[in-house]
Design a binder for this molecule. Sequence first.
Ligand code: FES
Length: 146
Amino acid sequence: MNPRSSCSSTARSGLRVVRLLRAKRIEDAQVRTYLCSADDLPDGSARGFEPAAVSGHRMFVVRRGDRVEGWLDSCPHVPGAPLAWRKDAYLSADRQSIVCYGHGAVFNIDTGVCTSGPCLGQALTPVPVERDPRGALWAIFPNASN
Ligand code: FES
């Protein structure tokens, strides 16, 4: 057995436990779960998450300056279809729009409304993101138990 893969597996299990412990159910229908430090999310970037505390709820965040917006990673054109064609590739080349690479839908980066493509006028589902005083980003899933 490769001792490095064992260590890696143990580390991943440890991370999963930490993430589960960080996820805090604040009421029956609402889950607040840790995403990352704002320092690890450069301005103008996007990053996907699959929080363990809300399995089946993939999401991504976009940072623009001090603003961090969160969205479910599910295209309104084909509900459940992820937007990115590779890890964290949610933005257009100029980083001014969110893009679904399934069929080319373009979304307003501030509102999540589709401005071009097959789901014109429909919108991404927002996921509220909070930043705590230490700079940690938390996602709030209002209906995670449904
Ligand atoms: S699945 Fe997103 S544009 Fe078709």
